[in-house]
Design a protein around this ligand. Structure first.
Ligand code: PLP
Length: 482
């Protein structure tokens, strides 16, 4: 047997390469990423191709090892040069991501050192670091010391965690579900609807509250709906408001909603996945009035804190509610119970073993300090306002509501043609061009083109380029149609 063990050991040690090999790989990957970053100014924000990454299938898993060079070549052609280039400052569609460089270094350390950040006993320092980040976000949102939270994989999971916490806090049982009413704006993010289904609450009646002119949830309509439901013998349970809707960046009237939620004893959730970190911009402080009255808040550091994809946050005002929903002690985890100086992520989330996400967030925040984050977010506000003012000046363009944050909608109204079909052609042309990526949306049945300025790499030059591209394509489409 020992011979066999030795034999196996020799092969299995291939999994633990020595310093020479590691350095070789590091250099290759760093070269690859540096070239990628250095070329971002001139590379496209959107690639449309016939192949569309299909050749990645030639790299299926097999017995033989493959050289890194060939894997990086394949990554370049099949992954990095296909679809949306989310690292590009030209990405202004959907909600652009970020990808701060120090986050990659944080992920590197987290992966190599592999600290077990799920429980305090196993990685007290890692858990302290993540809880310190949570406490910083709580302070930023005006939450009390008794608040707690968790770094999730994104905003969708954060919304799910909030809904389940609310369900448990209200002691809902299956037999109550069809009487427990959920209130959303017509512009609520669809991840909340997913969360309703995943959390078993599909039978709960969902009321879509109408919007006011600025596409915000109407607090009056909300209260009317609640009163009507109570009269009908139902129990209002959960209201989710948006601090920055994904479609237009609208901010629901949170102070008024907070009052209504308190009066009628609803769980008040705020989905601030897109808008929350704008709190870092001092001049926006007044917009955040009342935020701390929410029972739970979703944030998304991989949006407006410019982190790479895979980091969301849920904050819950009353720590006890989170524990009630998620804490569970498995027999084989008994060693971990006494070390409760800090709450463990595993006790307040669906996850047990988890990625040490804190590292990718802490490193950039510390290396840069907050100042450039505040400046970048304020810059995005002004860039959006600038775009909005400029596009409005171009003959034929109509715009949506004044941007509250960094999202705006607009469309071209041709004199004698169908506006929707013209704007569909326009967005198609912008996407085919690829230097800037925009997406579209439909609001109350009308087709709009949408701009979301969120990437830390988007600056004035990309906005000017976008304006030029739009003008050129409008001319082209008009000529084609005539
Ligand atoms: C992006 C977004 C979500 C979903 O977050 P993910 O990180 O994509 O899972 C939820 N709500 C709002 C308002 C968003 O903008």
């Amino acid at each position: 047997m020992k011979n066999r063990i030795k034999e196996l050991e020799k092969i299995s040690k291939l999994l633990d390469p020595g310093v020479k090999k590691r350095n070789e790989w590091n250099v290759e990957v760093l070269d690859y990423s540096n070239t990628f970053i250095n070329k971002l100014d001139t590379s496209k924000a959107f690639f449309s191709s016939e192949e569309n990454g299909k050749n990645i299938y030639n790299f299926d898993i097999e017995e033989q090892a493959t050289a890194l060079t060939s894997l990086l070549d394949s990554t370049k052609t099949n992954i990095d040069e296909v679809g949306i280039n989310a690292a590009s400052g030209g990405h202004m569609g959907y909600i652009p991501g970020g990808g701060l460089y120090p986050s990659a270094l944080g992920d590197y350390i987290a992966a190599v050192h592999n600290r077990y950040a799920g429980v305090f006993f196993a990685a007290p320092g890692a858990v302290r670091l993540e809880n310190m980040l949570i406490r910083w976000m709580c302070r930023l949102m005006g939450y009390p010391n008794n608040a707690a939270g968790n770094l999730t994989s994104g905003g969708s999971i954060a919304n799910l965690v909030a809904l389940v916490t609310a369900r448990e806090a209200h002691n809902l049982k299956a037999r109550n579900f069809d009487k427990s009413v959920i209130y959303l704006s017509e512009q609520a993010h669809h991840s909340i609807l997913k969360a309703i289904r995943i959390s078993g609450l599909s039978e709960a009646p969902v009321r879509f509250i109408p919007l006011d002119k600025k596409l915000r949830l109407s607090a009056n309509e909300l209260e009317k709906a609640i009163i009507k439901d109570k009269e009908d013998g139902l129990t209002p349970f959960f209201i989710s408001a948006s601090f920055g809707t994904t479609n237009t960046g609208a901010i629901d009237p949170i102070e008024s909603i907070a009052k209504i939620a308190k009066k009628h004893k609803l769980w008040f959730h705020i989905d601030a996945a897109y808008g929350g970190f704008f709190k870092l911009v001092h001049k926006l402080n007044s917009k955040f009035k009342g935020l701390q009255k929410a029972d739970s808040i979703t944030l998304d550091p991989h949006k407006t804190l410019f982190l790479p994809f895979g980091t969301g946050t849920i904050l819950v005002k009353n720590k006890g509610e989170l524990l009630k929903a998620y804490q569970y002690l498995a027999d084989y985890m008994q060693d971990t119970i006494d070390a409760d100086e800090e709450i463990s992520p595993a006790d307040i989330s669906p996850e047990q073993t988890k990625h040490f996400r804190g590292m990718r967030m802490w490193l950039p925040l510390k290396l840069f300090g907050l100042k450039p984050f505040r400046a970048a977010l304020e810059e995005k506000l002004y860039l959006t306002q600038y775009f909005y003012d400029e596009i409005k000046k171009i003959k034929g363009f109509e715009v949506g509501p004044e941007p509250e944050l960094s999202i705006a909608i607009f469309r071209y109204i041709p004199t004698d043609k169908n506006a929707d079909s013209f704007n569909k052609k326009l967005i198609q042309a912008i996407q085919n061009d690829g230097r800037i990526f925009l997406s579209s949306t439909t609001i109350n049945g009308t087709f709009w083109i949408r701009i979301a300025v969120v990437s830390f790499r988007t600056h004035l030059v990309q906005i000017e380029l976008l304006l030029d591209i739009i003008k050129a394509h409008v001319r082209e489409i008009s000529i084609d149609l005539n």
